[in-house]
Design a protein around this ligand. Structure first.
Ligand SMILES: [Zn+2]
Length: 628
């Protein structure tokens, strides 16, 4: 089907730079030249301002019981149909002349294209119309090309939806580049819109694609009115600018469909072998963006909190089991956490900051006129620095996002100043500390020991692969039920044959298990650390060594992490693979790893620093092979 073919442009870099310069100049004045209902490529307007205008118009119609249709027009091959002569002429009418237009013409003159069909390259031909795909100027030029149409609709005798701002005309049309939506309140209005479309089509060479245009009923159930034959069949649901609008709580459905996408991704990502740190980074860079757009338009519904949490934390832990309390993971690494995001706080604040922030702005966008009408009755006091009024006050129909917003403002004690001027990140941190606070429940750990432990587990010297275990051990959660699926549920004993009947606890594993003690003795002998097998729980886990020992305590902690890593792995070999490693193998692995670290630091660190760090510790094998 030839309808489905599109030209693509592969443009060179200097052309793109020139186009970008022209874009900046033109977009700085576009706000004054273009219709105030064109949201694309105009400074201070965006997809958000367009989609929120549609959201507010819909909510207004529902609350008031108005009977209106939204007609979403699809321009057939919009960008390719712009006639160049028409465009230059039009820009002249906006007062853009002389060298500026000459530059634009330079960009488009001599443009040639050639057909490429399954590898067959055709003869090049000159292009006389279309703004180019992949060019930063295209959407803006298109916004100019379609502006007469948008203005003609604005001028039509449509009731639209009143914005409730004195002196501001009602909202009749919302345009984002070629996405033009018109609000129609009666049969005569519909007829007028049809004739405006016909006139514009004739004048500009553009074409409305009737098959792809959609009509959406904005009222509640009940009687609608007749539409001319030119209109497509009305729909109960419509997707505009990436958001599905429809009956009932459409916000919930938008979030749910994003969750389906995210869960599918998480299912494939969670099997990757990644450290906890890498998982948090993965969540921040790839999981959050899946929900980003929708979270500005629809507030995260309370009924989906549990599923959103589960999606995020499954990716963090790689399975359904959370080894550490969620509130602990939100803490920064220096405070003993992972710097994990709380998705509820994160997404709720995105909505709140953007929507209420616009409401409080000095020059708010048009949709705020309707938006604030829902909130003002509850926020009188709040805007003066007081509390939020309770929603129990009798009130007419309200959009689904109002109640959750008010609840959040109250529960998290968000003030008007927070919305106005506190950066979202800082506000999020304050809410986490306030509403999701936690005290680290560490075993036998006075404050000073804890501080030192936190410093040690965050040492840059610790190789990435040891960090998770050091962190889990710090919280006393090295393995508790960590490998549940490999063991009978009621089996809590140490998996080693010699330990039958001994309950496996952190104490048993670190201090009492005879296999591990044998490993400590041999490693201690090899490295010249004779007390390794007598270390206490606090020394193993928090690095709380007495300062009188003539060792570098950071290095001692580093060695203890390596020892624990391999003894723990040996223990997991038994539960998961039913394989018992001999003591010699475990000792060999530990000494090899210590040697490797020591060798790497010898290359990396100044000699004096390296000598101080490793004083009194005997070289382990493996070191020479690195440093040569
Ligand atoms: Zn044991």
């Amino acid at each position: 089907m030839i309808e489905n073919w599109r030209p693509i442009s592969l443009l060179n870099v200097d052309r793109k730079i020139l186009a970008k310069i022209i874009f900046w100049r033109l977009s700085s004045v576009a706000g004054d030249l273009l219709s105030s209902h064109q949201h694309c490529s105009v400074q201070g307007r965006s997809t958000f301002s367009a989609v929120l205008a549609i959201r507010e118009a819909l909510e207004r119609c529902r609350a008031a019981g108005w009977r209106k249709y939204l007609l979403a027009l699809d321009q057939a091959k919009a960008f390719d149909r712009v006639n160049h002569e028409y465009l230059w002429l039009l820009l002249g009418r906006y007062g853009l002349q002389g060298r500026f237009i000459d530059w634009l013409k330079t960009l488009y003159k001599g443009a040639e294209s050639f057909p490429l069909v399954n590898g067959w390259v055709g003869r090049p031909f000159e292009v006389g119309s279309g703004v180019r795909q992949g060019c930063p100027l295209s959407p803006l030029l298109y916004a100019f090309a379609i502006d007469p149409f948008v203005r003609r609709l604005e001028g039509a005798s449509l009731c639209g939806v009143p914005l409730g701002i004195a002196g501001v005309p009602p909202l009749k049309v919302i345009a984002y580049a070629d996405d033009v939506s018109v609000i129609i309140s009666g049969t005569e209005e519909a007829q007028e819109v049809v004739s405006v479309i016909e006139q514009y089509t004739e004048a500009s060479g553009s074409k409305v694609n009737h098959e792809k245009s959609e009509v959406f009923w904005m009222g509640e159930e009940g009687e609608s009115f007749e539409l001319p034959d030119a209109f497509p069949e009305p729909q109960q649901e419509i997707k505009i600018l990436g958001i599905k609008f429809g009956p009932g709580d459409y916000g919930h459905r938008n979030w749910e469909s994003r969750l389906v996408v995210a869960n599918a991704k998480v299912a494939s990502w969670k099997r990757w072998r990644l450290s906890l740190r890498e998982r948090v980074d993965l969540i921040k860079t790839y999981l959050i963006p899946i929900f980003l757009y929708v979270s500005f338009v629809c507030i995260l519904p309370v009924s989906l909190y549990a599923r959103v949490y589960s999606c995020f934390f499954q990716l963090l832990w790689g399975n359904r089991l959370n080894l550490i309390k969620r509130n602990v993971t939100y803490l920064s690494r220096r405070e003993g956490g992972l710097g994990m995001v709380n998705p509820i706080v994160f997404f709720s604040l995105l909505f709140l900051k953007y929507n209420l922030g616009n409401m409080l702005a000095e020059t708010p966008p048009g949709w705020v006129g309707i938006f604030q009408s829902w909130f003002r009755p509850f926020l009188h006091c709040w805007e003066d620095g007081g509390p939020v009024k309770s929603l129990r006050v009798r009130h007419g129909k309200l959009p689904a996002y109002v109640a959750p917003c008010l609840k959040i403002l109250r529960q998290w004690q968000v003030t008007v100043e927070d919305i106005r001027s506190l950066p979202r990140k800082l506000l999020g941190e304050r809410i986490l500390a306030f509403a999701f606070s936690v005290s680290l429940a560490l075993k036998d750990c006075p404050g000073s020991v804890m501080r030192e432990g936190l410093r040690l587990i965050n040492l840059e010297r610790i190789p990435l692969k040891f960090r998770d275990q050091a962190w889990l051990a710090f919280h006393g959660r090295l393995y508790v039920r960590g490998n549940l699926k490999h063991r009978p549920v009621d089996d809590r004993d140490c998996p080693r044959a010699e330990c039958v009947g001994k309950v496996e606890s952190m104490d048993h594993f670190l201090l009492l298990c005879p296999f591990n003690i044998e490993v400590y003795k041999r490693v201690g002998r090899a490295l010249g650390i004779p007390f390794l097998y007598r270390m206490s729980y606090a020394e193993w886990v928090y690095g709380a060594f007495p300062a009188c020992w003539d060792f570098d305590l950071d290095t001692l902690f580093l060695v203890s992490i390596v020892v624990r890593y391999f003894t723990w792995n040996a223990r997991c070999q038994i539960t998961i693979r039913k394989k018992v490693l001999p003591v010699e193998v475990v000792v060999h692995d530990i000494l090899g790893e210590v040697g490797k670290i020591r060798g790497l630091e010898r290359v990396r660190e100044p000699r004096a620093v390296w000598i101080r760090a490793w004083r009194n510790i005997r070289p382990a094998f493996g070191e020479l092979s690195i440093s040569g």
